[in-house]
Design a protein around this ligand. Sequence first.
Ligand SMILES: Nc1ncnc2c1ncn2[C@@H]1O[C@H](COP(=O)(O)OP(=O)(O)OP(=O)(O)O)[C@@H](O)[C@H]1O
Length: 327
Amino acid sequence: MRDALDLELASLTKRYGAAAAVDAVSHVFASGRYCCLLGPSGCGKSTTLRMIAGHETATSGDIVLGADNITHAPPAARGTAMMFQSYALFPHLSVWENVAFSLKMKGVEKNERRRRAMTLLEMVEIAPMAERRPAQLSGGQQQRVALARALITEPRVLLLDEPLSALDPFLRVRMRVELKRLQRELGVTFIHVTHGQDEAMALSDDIIVMNGGRIEQSGSPREVFDAPRTEFVARFMGGHNVLANGAGKIAVRADRTRLSRSGEGALSATVTGAEFQGTVVIVAMRAADGAELSATLSDAAFYADPFDPGATVTVGWDHADQHALAG
Ligand SMILES: Nc1ncnc2c1ncn2[C@@H]1O[C@H](COP(=O)(O)OP(=O)(O)OP(=O)(O)O)[C@@H](O)[C@H]1O
């Protein structure tokens, strides 16, 4: 059953010359959810987002928000708002004036503009900096201003293009918690473009994995991670071994892959290295057929009986932990 504010893409296509950057993509973004468009560079995620925002014209297909076909509507009349990667704040305006800018364009009077801007600045927790200029803020603070500025138009869908990529790793994790909190508080649909699978898994209610201008798989983070449908998704999400298995290929999670020095197991491999990552150790191996494999072991299990590079190991897993991948 479609919700009144779902956003539907129907065979949405963008061609540049003969090449399709976005190739007949159909998807329903359920309203009020945190959605991540995830995929490698060039897969068409930003083009998809820009078409939803109205900053790029669709070659064919439709974009429908609730009851409205917004495919050809101007950006400001769509019910969407975009937060840009480069925050694009006006340097000569104060923080609150930046946030209130679109209200000024609409002719809203000054006291009301300020009141609404301050409400949003409180929500993103930088109200005390309302009178500063953007240059007097840190990158993380500028981003909060950009977020408040996008939200002041009361969009039904907020579009975010790699919003965390300019931040250092520590701030990135903090802002990601903030984004999730804001989305929950507002109940607005967020569509967030990222090429980071960790980011997508941490934030999303729904992950949409793109590859070559198409949607490869969509679902909850657990669905996509636990049951990758294709080799591309298994490799892109990481943490899986992809193995040839008679008729086709299978995926097995690296943390469900067992190693032993001999005995029962599906195949034999040579250890090529071990990477200590704090709580776990990732053991890298090469199978007899040349396939690169890995096993994630707890640090306690690994150090109780370490595998040295060059060691021959037997690799095994439970049958229930293997997933057949689509051709
Ligand atoms: N204006 C343009 N003219 C021609 N080709 C373009 C244009 N914009 C994008 N493309 C091509 O369309 C494809 C998809 O680009 P897009 O920017 O949507 O990818 P992306 O997944 O967002 O990548 P990234 O993560 O690097 O931003 C790429 O092959 C890109 O080269």
